[in-house]
Ligand binder design. Structure first.
Ligand SMILES: Nc1ncnc2c1ncn2[C@@H]1O[C@H](COP(=O)(O)OP(=O)(O)OP(=O)(O)O)[C@@H](O)[C@H]1O
Ligand SMILES: [Mg+2]
Length: 259
């Protein structure tokens, strides 16, 4: 790929599964053979390192944003997969990156050789929404509050012409949940993936191993793998290596093609 495909994982509502999905998407894309950088841009509560057992890493996103370190010098390599990670720093000192530093950072990311860059973000919206990314992945849970937040998110992304897709996490298929059809009708667009509620997720977080590596055959891991395979379809260079590309894959490629 000429430029990396930059995916910002976001939600207005907190605790819906952004970090879990970012980490597992990045790990699976890496295992599918792509070069991947995972960025912990959650400057409020950075926990990507904890999900990956890299708690000892002390420098990363904040240092790069402040111009104190170069990306390649503070990128950590996940030992068992080779995934590259720009970790966040846990600090008592408050930090919010400036709009200018976010623009600079995105331009820097665009010049890297990665196939995919997955960015985990804090809940809500801040200035980074305006920055040119390839796509925003909106995460929600199947309830009314999360749907309302997802609709607001999509409106903001629409306003700034940022391509976005929607995934629903922690699905238990219970009567009190919103069904995919109800979500699609309220949201006005299709749901791109559903990830089930799965005890393997908290178990894997407690073990500091991403769910996909912790238990590959768990319902959550399988759903993540299916979704990540569709993501990989967006890497034009590797199209030939994809499973048979019928109308659906063509539709997906069109849907996610860089603006
Ligand atoms: N599919 C799932 N099944 C079961 N538990 C899940 C699932 N997805 C996430 N969780 C749990 O939900 C909690 C929140 O997940 P996560 O930290 O990924 O959300 P987040 O959106 O990144 O939160 P924040 O907005 O605080 O950054 C975690 O404790 C995790 O174990
Ligand atoms: Mg998070």
């Amino acid at each position: 790929m000429a430029q990396p495909y930059i995916v910002r994982v976001s939600s207005q509502k907190g605790g819906v599964g952004k970090t879990t999905i970012s980490v597992n998407l990045a790990i699976i894309l890496k295992q599918l053979g792509y070069s991947v950088l995972l960025v912990d841009a959650d400057y409020i509560n950075p926990v990507v390192a904890m999900h990956l057992g890299l708690e000892e890493v002390s420098s990363g996103f904040r240092a790069v944003m402040k111009g104190r370190a170069r990306l390649q010098n503070v990128t950590t390599i996940h030992p068992s997969t080779g995934l590259h990670i720009l970790c966040g720093e846990i600090s008592q000192k408050q930090f919010e990156p400036s709009y200018e530093s976010i623009v600079r950072f995105t331009r820097m990311l665009e010049k890297t050789k990665y196939d995919f860059i997955v960015i985990d973000t804090p809940p809500g919206f801040s200035k980074e929404v305006f920055v040119d990314i390839s796509e925003a992945l909106i995460v929600m849970t199947p309830d009314m509050q999360a749907t309302t937040s997802a609709i607001r998110s999509s409106q903001v992304f629409d306003k700034y012409h940022i391509r976005h897709s929607l995934v629903v996490n922690r699905v238990r298929s219970r009567a009190f949940e919103l069904s995919p059809r109800e979500i699609e009708s309220a949201y006005g667009s299709r749901v791109d993936a559903m990830f089930p509620e799965d005890d393997v997720v908290p178990m894997s977080i407690a073990a500091h191993i991403p769910a996909f590596l912790y238990r590959k055959r768990s319902p959550f891991s399988k759903a993540m793998l299916d979704f990540s395979r569709l993501y990989s379809a967006r890497t034009e260079q590797k199209e030939s290596g994809l499973p048979a590309g019928g109308g659906f894959v063509a539709w997906l490629l069109g849907l996610f093609r860089r603006r």
